[in-house]
Ligand binder design. Structure first.
Ligand SMILES: CC(=O)SCCNC(=O)CCNC(=O)[C@H](O)C(C)(C)COP(=O)(O)OP(=O)(O)OC[C@H]1O[C@@H](n2cnc3c(N)ncnc32)[C@H](O)[C@@H]1OP(=O)(O)O
Length: 447
């Protein structure tokens, strides 16, 4: 079977940043370590006044097409995954295609375009759609572009305000891919939940604490489902485990649960038995409460063991590197976790071809999905070509007052009467220019 997977990746970060321990924490009267140690975040990216989900997505896609030497007529499909769409009918992919057609010869007339929604999970689902379309032989040898793009903003004063972010990832899905091949095996955990939702509103209604529990429950179900269709998971089989990362502290919780689950009844559990005992089994306890208490005690001990720390520091911690610097990018979040892992492999000069990633995606509302990916021959050149560090370094560092202005500018229902100047100069990129006669958002390319 011909391999299908991710052939190219480009990232576009919002061009502003908010320093969480330095600027946000003092305003909120919080200890800065709540952000750096608790949530695990240093900065959040924000869009400048001329940026939005279309400009960020189009800018990432243009970089991808230029890098890969592609013209619009080469592309068979453009899918956008977002939970920040401003149009209930016209998909964001048409706006992005319209931007790209301003700068390339030819057009995307014969490309199938769409928009995928399932909170932060939608990007992974859009990759699935592209994969299935290629596997079904309907692609006429053409690749698909999948774009994940979000302005992850919460209402001012909501606890979620600490976990905002903005950015886009563009990925080329193709046969014989350069970066990773996707597995056919997948595990799902899915339930109707009301933990985080946006019923006809821009900012989420979110029950933050519950959303954390829902994430963990759906991930456990997805892992069990994945195990049911594959051989038992061996930790050694996966070099990295990129998770959906709303904030790194969330992944710290998920990774510990996953580790406990995977090592049960294995030599890893036996190896830890002298130090922290064996995992509590439910049938050893009189009631559920006592069992759960015992599990909590075991987990507290487990996370301090050298065995666990070594696995976490090698397979999980490196996937959090970009997230710490940019915050939650919703649909892009798991995809920047994968990029962080690949960048770590590059830094360590790993012999990486043929290694496997265990990729765990999640969307509120709620569904988790787990699959494996195998590293391909061309990964190194693709990752070396990314300029993420330059983009992060170039971000404008907002003061608190500027942050409030930027949040207001991007709130759809707020009429900002005062003129707010852009903080950065657009340079070789798409920008938002205003509204057209049918209330459509309009864009231009600035040289
Ligand atoms: C959108 C999705 O992807 S859904 C899945 C995740 N959900 C979200 O992202 C929802 C949006 N976010 C939120 O609602 C909020 O930001 C939350 C719920 C994540 C956190 O809310 P808060 O109540 O402000 O923070 P909280 O008091 O729980 O502190 C966060 C962490 O920092 C820790 N912390 C607090 N102060 C400190 C400190 N001074 N030093 C070290 N750690 C600290 C807390 O103990 C907690 O860690 P723990 O959960 O491991 O105990």
């Amino acid at each position: 079977m011909t391999a299908v997977g991710i052939d190219g990746i480009e990232i576009w970060t919002g061009k502003l940043k908010l320093d969480l321990p330095g600027t946000f924490a003092p305003e909120k009267g919080d200890d800065p370590e709540k952000y750096t140690k608790g949530l695990g975040l240093t900065n959040s990216s924000f869009p400048d006044v001329y940026e939005d989900i279309v400009t960020m997505g189009a800018n990432a896609a243009k970089r991808l097409m230029d890098r890969k030497g592609l013209e619009p007529s080469d592309i068979g499909r453009i899918d956008v995954a977002t939970e920040s769409a401003f149009d209930h009918s016209k998909p964001v992919s048409t706006y992005i295609a319209g931007c790209l057609e301003q700068v390339y010869d030819g057009d995307f007339t014969h490309a199938n375009k769409g928009e995928r929604k399932f909170a932060c999970l939608a990007g992974t689902q859009a990759i699935d759609d592209a994969y299935n379309w290629i596997r079904a032989g309907r692609n006429r040898d053409r690749p698909a572009i999948v774009i994940t793009t979000d302005t992850a903003l919460y209402a001012r004063g909501d606890p979620g305000e600490a976990t905002q972010g903005a950015g886009a990832v563009a990925m080329l899905i193709d046969e014989d891919p350069s970066i990773v091949e996707l597995s056919t095996d997948q595990g799902y955990g899915s339930k109707d939940e009301t933990d985080f939702l946006k019923p006809n509103q821009q900012f989420p209604s979110v029950d933050g604490k519950r959303s954390v529990q829902v994430y963990l429950s759906r991930m456990r179900e997805a892992l069990e489902d994945y195990e049911s269709v594959t051989d038992d998971i061996e930790l050694e089989d996966f070099t990295y485990a990129p998770f959906h990362t709303p904030f790194p502290g969330m992944v710290r919780k998920a990774a510990l649960l996953a580790y406990r689950h995977v090592i049960r009844d294995t030599a890893h559990e036996d190896a830890l038995a002298d130090e922290i005992g064996r995992q509590p089994r439910e049938d050893e306890y009189d009631d559920r409460e006592a069992y759960e208490e015992a599990i909590r005690g075991y987990m507290d001990d487990l996370k301090t063991t050298e065995q666990y720390r070594t696995w976490y520091d090698t397979a999980v911690e490196p996937t959090l590197e970009l997230s710490r610097e940019v915050g939650n990018w919703y649909t892009s979040s798991v995809h920047i976790a994968r990029v962080s892992a690949l960048r770590d492999a590059l830094t360590r000069d790993r012999e990486f071809v043929g290694d496997t990633l265990l990729v765990a995606s999640y969307g509120s509302g709620a569904q988790a999905e787990i699959h494996a990916e195998t590293i391909r021959e061309g990964w190194r050149a693709e990752i070396e070509g990314l300029d993420v560090d330059d983009q992060l370094d170039a971000r404008y560092d907002l003061t608190w007052d500027e942050y409030e202005d930027v949040h207001d500018v991007h709130e759809y229902d707020m009429d900002v009467e005062r003129e707010i100047e852009e903080f950065t100069q657009p340079d070789g990129e798409f920008v938002f220019t205003g509204w057209g006669r049918m209330n459509e958002r309009q864009y231009e390319y600035v040289e």
